[in-house]
Design a protein around this ligand. Structure first.
Ligand SMILES: *Cc1c(COP(=O)(O)O)cnc(C)c1O
Length: 436
């Protein structure tokens, strides 16, 4: 693979970072392990452009892994943060900002009566699981292979193939006793779930799912499957948790629950809700939320929870998302971009496809619809590695793994989408000319 891109400064900083942090990073995928070269050290970003320490400008489709739905350095968000910071950064007390964002969400979301703010998606999910267990008085939880719910001990579990197994952790450092209560199934396995619930429903507190599974490719499920989960949970007195850390405020203001018209019992948020600051939240009905301390006996707390600066970023973001037509316009951009690429690749008959929902897309080297984690061919990731490298040379930035989805922001205009689509087409032509 030829290198045109100047990366000296990033390489130097990465060498330094390796002495400071495990793998040189503070979150593993950032290390570029599955693609080539050192990670880019980004020094600034504006709109859909990120600029690295070597002064290369890239069109960004990672968008900080999802939060930057308005693009980077959005004027209203920046000004809202600045105005709040003028008065200090943290008080450890309730603030007006918390009320404002709370109303902005609750008044405009059919499925949430009450919220609790935390500082990350992981924390939101961890707390939601505790709430589900506290509320039902049951211990077991069901999750699906390929759904990521943050680095919560009991959820870092993947299934063996096929049938439900007791979870085997995918990370060291997690006692078996923590994962014994985690039951893992393949997505879209109706029979498996039905059998499992029939046998063990009296011990199962909740089923947790990413209703738009977007952390292991984009494993879009049928609405009927999600509706069936809802029904099954009702039948067996099990709580349904939608982990909407990635899909919340992304596929619509009411997230996946809103577009599929399914009422989960608990919803978790993160990413977009903080407008680029560290924020998470979970919400549910009055009744379920009344079990959270200090009203109830499920304890959960946070020194920096609902931090006013972070709340201000969230407020300024949500105010723009709630404008009529926001999501329609954003989706039009995504459709335009994806169609442009697929028109070419389908005409050429390439073994390539893009799955998309709203402004989330996933490019993969296969033609069939993929719904479960085990349908992804690990060998196809070699093509992604080439694509990632060649796109960097053309100043297009994708998340550094073929299992990661891409995002379109409101700041991606037609000019940038055209440039990026043409670069992707050029790279795919290159990859598939070598194949034949
Ligand atoms: C990103 C993500 C998380 C974890 O959020 P963090 O803020 O990284 O802790 C949890 N669930 C889903 C669905 C996510 O996409």
């Amino acid at each position: 693979m030829s290198e045109i891109l100047k990366r000296e400064e990033s390489a130097k900083l990465f060498a330094e970072a390796k002495k400071l942090f495990p793998g040189g990073v503070n979150s593993p995928v950032r290390a570029f392990k599955s693609v080539s070269g050192p990670p880019l050290f980004i020094k600034k970003a504006d709109g859909c452009i990120i600029t690295d320490e070597d002064d290369n400008d890239f069109i960004d489709f990672c968008c900080s892994w999802g939060p930057m739905i308005l693009g980077h350095n959005n004027k209203q968000v920046r000004e809202s943060i600045q105005a709040t910071v003028e008065n200090g950064t943290s008080f450890g007390t309730p603030t007006r900002h918390g009320n404002e964002i709370g109303s902005l969400i609750i008044d405009n979301h059919r499925y949430i009566d009450k919220l609790r703010f935390v500082s990350s998606g992981t924390e939101a999910v961890m707390s939601a699981i505790r709430l589900a267990r506290g509320y039902t008085g049951k211990d077991k939880i069901v999750k699906f292979e390929g759904c990521y719910h943050g680095h919560v001990d009991s959820l870092l579990v993947k299934a063996g193939s096929g049938l439900a197994t007791f979870g085997v952790s995918t990370s060291a450092g997690i006692p078996e006793s923590f994962t014994n209560d985690t039951l893992v199934l393949s997505l879209n396995d109706l029979q498996g779930l039905e059998d499992l619930l029939r046998e063990q429903h009296e011990e199962i507190a909740c089923i947790i799912i990413e209703p738009v599974p977007a952390n292991n490719g984009l494993l879009l499920q049928d609405t009927s499957y999600l509706a069936w989960l809802r029904k099954l949970c009702d039948d067996y007195d099990i709580l349904l948790i939608f982990d909407e850390v990635i899909s919340g405020f992304r596929v619509g203001y009411e997230g996946a629950a809103g577009i599929y018209h399914i009422a989960p019992d608990i919803i978790t948020f993160g990413k977009i809700i903080g407008g680029g600051m560290p924020v998470g939240a979970y919400g549910a009905s009055h009744e379920i939320m009344s079990h959270i301390a200090p009203d109830g006996d499920v304890y959960q707390a946070g020194t920096l929870s609902a931090n006013p600066v972070a709340m201000s970023a969230g407020i300024a973001t949500l105010k723009q998302l709630i404008e009529p037509g926001f999501y329609e316009k954003l989706e039009e951009k995504a459709i335009y971009f994806v169609d442009k690429i697929l028109t070419h690749t389908k005409a050429k008959g390439y073994s390539f496809n893009i799955q998309r929902i709203g402004s989330i897309f996933w490019m993969y080297f296969d033609t069939k619809r993929i719904m479960t984690a085990d349908e992804i061919d690990p060998k196809s990731m070699e093509h992604f590695k080439t694509m990632h490298h060649e796109l960097l040379q053309r100043k297009i930035y994708l998340g550094p793994s073929g299992y990661e989805v891409g995002f379109i922001s409101a700041a991606h205009d037609q000019k940038h989408l055209d440039i990026a689509a043409e670069a992707i087409i050029e790279v795919l032509d290159m990859i598939f000319s070598k194949e034949s």
